[in-house]
Design a protein around this ligand. Structure first.
Ligand code: DGY
Length: 348
């Protein structure tokens, strides 16, 4: 699909993206926009090489694509100078290779913070209160009447929330859970989150004025400390070699037997095979997963377990956010084409 056939520079989007604002962001600065409408979920490096063709100024790509040496060398050769992921995460992008080839890399932070945090909250509630299991039960026609022990789950109010990775999304999620369920929070991050600490302190003071028990924060010095203390643990780090399999067999064994583990960051942060074993051995332990180690696949056995809720990497999937991500990705590329710095630029 082609927009503004007369444009003086050529920008390719490897996927159709929601809304039309992103197209205008590019055509307004004189770009011809070509959208790949190939009916294939994941494009290979070869597919993308043929999309880049012999002349291409910039590409908007997706987190399912392998943006490494080959693609950046191809883009450079085609005269390109900008690439943007339509995602905040860029673990699929070799930023060093892009920099070597003089290609600016963009990503799309900010617009997905609240939407992603909301999905993490939805997974937390679904897992803690066994919503999906209960829904399956109803649909299977198994409900024969109220029982004192039917689908008993965990109360969140007043429990301890553990956050690993207290950046934008981790902090927004913590805020929702603290405000909604008056949870205390323990967090681990390489950086101090004064935003999170100040919020909890101020909210705790407010609760006191209402005659309610205040809430507290604690900054942990290790992930282990969070795993041992928290009733709900939500993972929000970036994926790199320091966070690969951050949650492994040993660390799972530190967690409370009835803890809830949520992951809406990147699948490989959890050793999924170890998680399957842990869920099998601990039926009271529950997980809510938006991401998987080898997407689109789940490790054998995971889908059969009742104590896990799984959704297909949809944390940022609200209309407003997805249109915003597309627009930011386009602005990243359009900015570079106009000679401005890329708005959000990991290799700046
Ligand atoms: C991201 O942006 O990195 C998410 O995983 C998809 O929204």
């Amino acid at each position: 699909q082609i927009y503004n056939a007369g444009g003086f520079c050529r920008v390719v989007s490897t996927k159709p993206m929601p809304g039309t604002q992103w197209i205008r962001a590019l055509t307004n600065v004189g770009c011809r926009v070509e959208v790949c409408i190939e009916n294939k979920t994941i494009l290979s490096v070869e597919d993308i090489i043929s999309l880049i063709g012999s002349r291409c100024d910039g590409v908007i790509g997706q987190l399912t694509e392998d943006w490494g040496e080959t693609l950046f060398a191809t883009l450079k050769k085609a005269g390109g100078h900008a690439y943007s992921n339509m995602a905040v995460g860029y673990n699929n992008v070799d930023v060093e290779a892009a920099t070597r080839h003089g290609i600016a890399v963009g990503n799309t932070p900010g617009v997905l913070t609240e939407t992603t945090a909301e999905l993490a909250a939805a997974l937390t509630l679904s897992a803690a209160r066994r919503v999906v299991e209960a829904d399956d039960f109803m649909r299977a026609g198994k409900y024969e009447g109220w029982l004192p022990s039917l689908f008993v789950g965990n109360l969140l109010k007043g429990q301890t929330l553990g956050i690993i990775g207290a950046g934008r999304i981790g902090t927004a999620y913590a805020r929702m859970m603290i405000e909604g369920f008056k949870m205390n929070v323990i967090y681990y991050d390489l950086f101090q989150s004064t935003r999170l600490e100040n919020f909890v302190t101020a909210y705790g003071e407010f609760l006191k004025t209402q005659g309610e028990a205040p809430v507290y924060w604690q900054r942990a010095t290790s992930p282990e400390e969070v795993l041992k203390e928290a009733d709900v643990i939500s993972l929000h780090p970036i994926l790199d070699k320091t966070t690969y399999h951050l949650i492994n067999k040993e660390r799972l064994s530190l967690m409370k037997k009835d803890a809830v583990l949520v992951n809406a960051s990147r699948g490989p942060v959890i050793d999924e095979t170890a998680l399957v074993e842990h869920l099998k051995a601990n039926p009271m332990f529950r997980a809510g997963l938006d991401v998987f180690e080898d997407e689109p696949f789940m490790k054998p056995g995971l889908a059969e377990l009742p104590n896990v809720v799984v959704v297909p990497h949809i944390a940022s999937a609200s209309k407003w956010t997805r249109e915003g991500m597309a627009t930011l990705a386009a602005l990243n590329v359009a900015g570079k084409v106009k000679g401005y710095p890329v708005w959000s630029n990991p290799n700046n």
